[in-house]
Design a protein around this ligand. Structure first.
Ligand code: ZN
Length: 391
């Protein structure tokens, strides 16, 4: 370790990451196919994804591949210190405002995580430009791990190609989380029409986490069509991922997020893992002087057991297969034009993916808008603007 930090590293130092560089490797045999961007370590206390990408690229050495596969490390300086970040969360900085500011600010004035944003942004932009000239579609697979235990899952924007990719990975798919979080890398890419998924491999230090991430990468590459159809590593990986999901529902919808303000104290009660069932009113945490009880029943997601974080926990509900099929069919049909005549709806622009409606939409309307993919909402005066990701 060259860098010494006054903070206590979350998970110790990662000796095998000494000498880590931004580019983890490239596999490109000059054959047509998508650009697959593999990113890991956007949070510096999550080294399992870096190790999984390295193992994947080693495993690909003797394999014929299509397209271009690029592995990139996220927050290099935080990874070297074993810290989640150095003051700003690198996976919350991908907003139009922050990215524009990179062009006007002298790099010397960048704060440490902003310098990481600048370097990663330019590496990704160079790849995107190159992909555009070859008319390659872009697929992002961003690897993470969590402070809580309870196995892996995927976080996916509610667009049909991204959903299909995530379903192929067999882990529980969480919908509605991407739209709640401000500024993740994934959102910046999907809002431009790219396909993306975040894979959470499990607890940061759990021995299985790296293996789950690696299995997910193999299956994702196969799904994207860049591996030989008969690659015999895929089926065992699929089976291990199915076993890792266990009894957790295949698809869940995020229904509640518990925000933590800057400088507030938050302490989760011990014993919560991802996807444990939660009963309504069950005591969950202490936030400042307040006891926090579950506002509804569901499944626990990402209870916060580390110092740094902007959300204390999330609650999800299981999504039925019927809902998934219906939503896929509806989004391809002319029926969505009828949303315009529903009570409370003011305007509809299906091409831009925007609906405006009276504030305080009734429960049934919110549910219907979700079915068509409209999840992100922002108040503007006395109306709410609902938007969806490119479908
Ligand atoms: Zn993370």
């Amino acid at each position: 370790m060259q860098t010494v930090s006054s903070q206590t590293p979350d998970v110790g130092s990662f000796r095998d990451l000494d000498g880590l560089t931004r580019e983890l490797g490239v596999k490109d045999e000059g054959r047509p196919g998508p650009l697959i961007l593999l990113t890991a370590g956007l949070h510096g206390n999550e080294p399992a994804g870096i190790r999984a990408i390295r193992a994947l690229l080693e495993g690909l050495a003797e394999t014929h591949t299509a397209g271009r596969i690029v592995g990139l490390a996220g927050n290099l300086s935080a990874l070297r210190q074993g810290l989640r970040h150095q003051g700003q969360d690198l996976n919350r900085l991908w907003t139009a405002e922050n990215l524009r500011a990179l062009g006007t600010r002298d790099p010397k004035d960048d704060r440490p995580d902003e310098a990481e944003l600048r370097a990663l942004f330019s590496a990704i932009e160079a790849e995107r430009d190159e992909a555009r000239t070859h008319a390659r579609p872009l697929i992002l697979i961003d690897l993470h791990s969590t402070s809580a235990d309870g196995g892996g899952f995927t976080v996916v924007p509610d667009s049909i190609p991204s959903r299909r990719l995530s379903r192929a990975l067999q882990l529980p798919v969480v919908l509605g989380l991407e739209e709640r979080i401000e500024g993740p890398l994934m959102t910046w890419l999907v809002s431009q029409g790219d396909t993306a998924t975040v894979v959470e491999g499990g607890q940061h230090d759990a021995p299985d986490t790296q293996a789950i991430l690696l299995d997910a990468l193999w299956v994702a590459l196969h799904h994207a069509g860049v591996l030989p159809e008969d690659d015999d590593r895929i089926q065992p990986a699929v089976e291990r991922l199915i076993a890792a999901r266990g009894k957790t529902p295949a698809v869940l919808d995020l229904v509640y997020a518990h925000p933590i303000g800057h400088g507030e104290t938050f302490e989760m009660r011990p014993g919560w893992d991802n996807f444990m069932p939660v009963a309504d009113k069950e005591p969950l945490a202490r936030h400042g002087a307040l006891e926090i009880d579950a506002p509804l029943s569901g499944y626990m997601l990402m209870p916060l057991y580390q110092g740094l974080g902007t959300e204390g926990f999330f609650l999800c509900r299981s999504v039925s297969r019927t809902w998934l099929v219906t939503s896929r069919l509806l989004r391809r049909s002319w029926i969505e034009h009828f949303l315009r005549i529903l009570p409370g709806v003011k305007s509809l622009d299906t091409r831009a993916g925007l609906i405006t409606a009276r504030r305080g939409a009734p429960h049934w309307l919110t549910g219907l808008l979700h079915l068509f993919g409209y999840r992100k909402n922002a108040p503007i005066g006395d109306i709410t603007e609902w938007s969806r990701r490119p479908q």
